[in-house]
Design a protein around this ligand. Sequence first.
Ligand SMILES: [Fe+2]
Length: 333
Amino acid sequence: MDSATLQHRANSQLAATDATTLLAEALKPGATYPQVTHALEALLAVAEKGLEGDKSAFAQYQALLLQLHVPGEPRTEPTRRWMASQVYLVEDEFAPDLPAFAALPVEEFRKKVDAEIEARSRVTHPMSLHLFQGTPSQQDVRFFLEHHWTRSYNFYSLLAELAFRFEAIEDASVFYRNLYGEAGAEAPDRSHPALLSHLMTHFDIPLNIDFPRLQPLEKAYLNNRIRCVRHPDVAWGLALLYAVESVSCVNHRRIYELLQRMGVPEQPSEFHRLHGTQDEIDTEEMWELIAKFAPDEAFQRKFMQSLARHFAINKAYFDGLWQEMQELSDHRA
Ligand SMILES: [Fe+2]
C-alpha cells in the first residue's frame, strides 16, 4: 500500500471517529448550536464518502444515522430528526439514476411498478430457497426469525410516520385504518408486535434489539425504511410501503408453512397465519392514493427511484444474511 493510500485511510478513520465523537457531544443535554452544526457537517462528510463507495465510511454513516433514527432521549428528538433530514438531502443526491425512465399513463405506470416488484421478489433468493424449499436447521430458522423481528417489530411506526405526511384526512386515513389493526383494534394484547413476540419467545429470541451490533447492511435497510416514510416527498414512502405490502401476504404465508412443517404450535404461529391470509394494508386502497399523485412525472420518477434503492439495499442485505447463516452453520458443523 503506498503512502498516499495510507494517508487517505488515516484521514477517513479520523473523520469517522470525529463524526462519532462530535455527534455524541451534540446530543448531550445543553449542547450548543455550533456543536450541533459541527457534528452535522462531520456526519454529512462521512455519509457522502460512504455513498461514494468507501466501505468503512458507509458503515459509520449507517450507524450514526440509525442512532438518530431509533428512539432515544426525548429532548434530543427534534435535533435528531433535523440532523437525519439533512442526511436525506445527501442521499437524495445519490438517488438511482434511472436512465431509461419515461413517465407513463397511470394504468401503465401501475403495471410497470407491479412488474418491477414481481421481478425483484425474494422468492428466488438462495436463502429463501434454502428456508422454504430445502431442509433448514432449527438454528437457521431461528437466525432468520431473529432478523425478521428486527425488521418488523415496529412496522406500525412506519405507517404512523407516513400518515403524518398527508394533510387531507381522507388520504392519511388509509394508514390510520391499518394502524388500528396493527395496534390490535380494541385488544392491545392482540397488537401485531405482541403476536409476533410469541414466536420470538417460542424460539428463545430476545425482544430487545442491540442496534449498534447490527451489520451495516441491516442498519442501511432499517434506515432506508425510516428515511422513506419521513421524506417530505411522499413518493419515497408510498413506494416503499407499497413494495413491502405487495409481497407481505406471499412472504408470510411461506413462513407460516415453514412453521407448520416444523411443528410450531398455533399460538406462536398466529402472526404469520394472519399475515399470510390477508393484506396488511389493502393494496387496492393504497394504489388509489398513489394514483392521485401518479399523473405527475416527478412523482413517478421518485417513486421508481425509491423502488430501485429499496430493492438494491434489500438484495445486499439478504445476501449478507445468507452468507452469515452459512458461516454460522459451517461453524457448528
Ligand atoms: Fe401487521
